[in-house]
Design a protein around this ligand. Sequence first.
Ligand code: OAD
Length: 261
Amino acid sequence: MEAFVTNKLRSLSDLPEKIRSALLNAERVVAFTGAGISAESGIPTFRGKEGLWTKFRPEELASVSGFLSNPSLVWAWYQERRRIIAEAQPNPAHIALAEMEKLYPHVVIITQNVDRLHHRAGSTTIIELHGNIEENYCIDCAAEYNSEIDVTEQQPPRCPQCGGLIRPAVVWFGELLPEEEFRRAEEEAQSADVFFSIGTSAEVYPAAQLPFLARTHGALLIEINPDPTMISEIAHLIIRSSAATALPALVEAIKKEKESR
Ligand code: OAD
């Protein structure tokens, strides 16, 4: 099946009947999100022209070996990201996904983002595949570190139990994804009626295999991204626009059509 591609969706009647009815009759909806959904909240993405990984080296800032060789450089970088995230607000895309819970019985967010903006927007079922930037733990004994973090402090704190360095609870390159979260994400992808891939380059595995898994198990696959990705090759519907424009319009269109039935 050729993908239906649009820049702007005004009404569900613009869509092929198969897509329209899948959107109206779905019970299980999954939104798989990446850095692009938070771009319009002012949080930079990783890839692309202005992406973080064009200015910084991921092996220095997002790996255990990078952290151990220069803990203060890595800590200071995460402190800066924490400040940016603290000042950011959920944008209309996060809010539209939270609103979707009123339209379908089962809505799950599977996110690669560590910024917790889906929580702040009010989504209730969120699987975080790459951890989160709010929490921290000891790199030696793995004890959670629950003391307040002073975001101006450039040195990582020490673990009160073993004296080890405290690190952010994000997944770094070379690390395994949290097992239980990934298992749940696979189950959700396999049982989804509609699976959205939003604002992700789908380049980082194993997370990026989820849209493929959903598609193989029969989900209607929708991509929302201004640029093409590997997902564009297998999507049924592609909305080539920013998430904060596309999602509120789509949610509104679904709501209208459901109300008129
Ligand atoms: P990327 O930075 O790789 O990709 C962001 C995607 O968002 C690109 O495909 C952009 O075209 C798209 N995009 C940009 N602005 C957008 C907008 N306003 N609306 C919708 N889409 C937009 O980010 P991720 O795919 O999330 O890993 O990256 C995956 C992982 O790589 C991250 O979780 C992180 C990173 O290294 C870890 O931290 C482990």
